[in-house]
Design a protein around this ligand. Sequence first.
Ligand code: SF4
Length: 221
Amino acid sequence: MGKRVERGAGGDGPPVSELLPARLNLTNVRAAAAGCRACDLYKRGTQTVFGEGPSKAEVMMVGEQPGDAEDIAGHPFVGPAGKLLDRALAEVGIDRRRVYVTNVVKHFKWEPRGKRRIHAKPNSAEIAACRPWLETEIALVKPRVLVCLGATAAQALLGRSFKVSRQRGRFVPSPLAPRVTATVHPSSILRAPDEERRHAEMKQFVADLARVARELSRKET
Ligand code: SF4
């Protein structure tokens, strides 16, 4: 029996730091994460949804957590928000197959509403409990450009004072990768109250990703 993780995260398994395999590579780490019970979210989600993409991807995109469709499929960014992300990437000429996509939290946190499972925001203890998986992904993939999608990812990786609404689209200094930026989560565009607003938000999202595309097209210095 492993010891419990820090108070607040719940969970009845060892902390992530004790689950990391001796031989660190994405295949081994993904397999270890599949059995993670370091916080209570494993009880609610169907399965761990680990990041996916090339092992040496130039760009890594980090969202908040898997959604309903991802939880069932077991793959990140395959639901409606993922499809919107695919469209935006195609628009700016970034091949999705070059991108490693992952989340700050690897299990779907949800609340029941009738027959539906509604997204619930992970708390800071759950984010902290899960964080070593993401840190390991970043350390192994070593992306040249890291993109936080939404406030949860941005605040987890860039600090709690980071405001996506004010600082989106800019590259900010960070030890995480040579170039680090943040924009909104694509699910926020889907939640826009009307078509006009959705169109405007999509345009801004595409503009943020266009900066990423320009960065990727530059030669490494
Ligand atoms: S959310 Fe993260 S820390 Fe919590 S059980 Fe899932 S993989 Fe483990």
